[in-house]
Design a protein around this ligand. Structure first.
Ligand code: FES
Length: 173
């Protein structure tokens, strides 16, 4: 495959990748940033995404997968349009994160890493998202919702559902 003509990525991202592999003395240092950018643009790390990243860096697909599997923010299957990440780390846990997480599971009918049948939501239990002072907190794509109780859950989901029905713009986390 000629990367110039066959790339999966937008010209802007392909140019960014070219710059990244030039920037590091060891090309493989560009691996995690490349995977994050690729996921942001494509939505998840498909086999073809992994193949192109491996080619760009000059390592095997197996090496890419071995490294990527350590990072919980990288996904190998498509997420929902809105990816709901519920923090259950210590500060959030002490302030009711598991009740919150349970309510999201009930409302969405899916568990950890599940995707609703309509593809609108996916759900994940995650480690600290950096807003411990406002625990318990969640992140939906790039939006934060803080100081929550289970009673807040239906309205949060309704807001995103309405946005999905209206064809709202989405950026993946
Ligand atoms: S512990 Fe939940 S945001 Fe830090």
């Amino acid at each position: 495959m000629s990367l110039e003509t066959m790339t999966l990525f937008s010209p802007k991202l392909a140019a960014r990748f070219d710059a990244l592999v030039e920037k590091y003395p060891l090309k493989r240092s560009a691996l995690i940033p490349m995977l994050l950018y690729a996921q942001d643009e494509i939505g998840y790390l498909s086999d073809t995404v992994i193949g192109e990243v491996a080619l760009r860096i000059g390592i095997t697909e197996l090496e890419v997968r071995n490294v990527a599997s350590y990072y919980s923010m990288l996904r190998f299957k498509p997420a929902g349009k809105y990816n709901v990440q519920v923090c259950t780390n210590i500060s959030c846990m002490l302030r009711g994160a598991y009740d919150l997480y349970e309510r999201f599971q009930e409302e969405l009918g899916v568990g950890h890493k599940g995707v609703t049948p309509d593809g609108v939501f996916s759900l994940e239990e995650v480690e600290c998202i950096g807003v411990c002072c406002w625990a318990p907190a969640i992140q939906v794509n790039y939006d934060f919702h803080e100081d929550l109780t289970p009673e807040h859950v239906p309205a949060i989901l309704d807001g995103y559902r309405s946005n999905a029905l209206a064809g709202g713009k989405v950026s993946h986390a």
